[in-house]
Design a binder for this molecule. Structure first.
Ligand code: SAM
Length: 253
């Protein structure tokens, strides 16, 4: 059997509206739980104060705003980096005009239960002000020339290819894009066999907690992995959420 590599999947045909309908339009408990964990983790990381000019990145942002929203109170700027052109267009629409779709309010409602988030009066305006969208490839972050102070990567390294080598490379590239000490959150589908969006199929690499831990551990100081036993659809066994901080290890291929 041939392996579906990242470059083989129909990214240019990714349908963000179908994807939001399937995953986020009706908020699932598991996502709200992830948001709660992330909110509390980032709040702890910055409990002693927020440094000046923090820059955040969400890698493979796709049609999901909640990782970006979770970085809002801490950042001067947030970059949403995404490869698929239809998703880039979706993200651009979310920060233009009257602001992001009401579908994302349910996630902000969870975030704003914590003081730093509650301090943002108009999250739509703040999102429009500080967020920038860029088309880019995760694999181009390998050399570590571009680095951020906080980062998120949700369902990307595990949901872009069937190859173990590309999974590990994806994680390494994300880690290489973070400065020493940077808090991060990364989420993975457990044991995913791939997924469908609209008419198209997309590849996945099957991970479990051990594989996720093994891939992240070399690059992290503190690391906690939450195993969320929720089924979202047939074809995977739940979600894994990794929260931690980047250490000073240089990631090499
Ligand atoms: C399963 S979706 C996850 C989207 C979103 N982060 C979320 O939490 O729902 C996988 C995302 O990875 C993006 N992607 C695939 N290959 C990529 C690459 N080489 N570099 C950056 N993003 C990529 C896809 O376009 C898609 O948006």
């Amino acid at each position: 059997m041939t392996m579906d590599r990242n470059a083989d999947a129909p990214w240019s045909k990714f349908d963000p509206e179908a994807y939001v309908d399937d995953n986020y339009r009706t908020p699932l408990d598991v996502d709200l739980l992830i948001v709660r964990h992330m909110r509390d983790y980032f709040s702890r990381c910055y409990a002693a104060g927020v440094p000046d000019a923090v820059r955040g990145v969400d890698v493979g942002a796709g049609a999901n705003l909640y990782p970006g929203l979770s970085m809002l109170p801490w950042c001067e700027k947030v970059l949403l980096l995404e490869y698929a052109p239809p998703n880039v267009a979706y993200l651009e629409r979310q920060k233009s005009g009257t602001g992001y779709d009401t579908a994302w309010d349910a996630f902000w409602d969870v975030l704003k239960e914590a003081p730093a988030y509650a301090g943002i009066d108009d999250p739509r305006a703040t999102f429009g002000d500080i967020v920038r969208v860029e088309r880019g490839n995760l694999f181009d972050l390998e050399d570590g020339h571009r680095r951020w102070d906080i980062g998120t990567m949700f369902f990307v390294a595990d949901s872009m290819s069937e190859c173990s080598e590309e999974f590990r490379r994806g994680v390494r590239c994300f880690m290489n894009a973070l400065n020493e000490g940077a808090p991060f959150a990364a989420a993975f589908m457990k044991e995913s066999v791939g997924y469908r969006v609209g008419e198209h199929r997309y590849p996945a690499y099957r991970v479990n907690e051990d594989r996720v831990r093994e891939s992240l551990e070399p690059f992290t100081g503190e690391l906690e992995i939450h195993d969320l036993h929720h089924m979202v659809r047939p074809g995977h066994e739940g979600m894994l959420l990794a929260l931690g901080r980047r250490n000073s290890e240089i990631a090499r291929p």
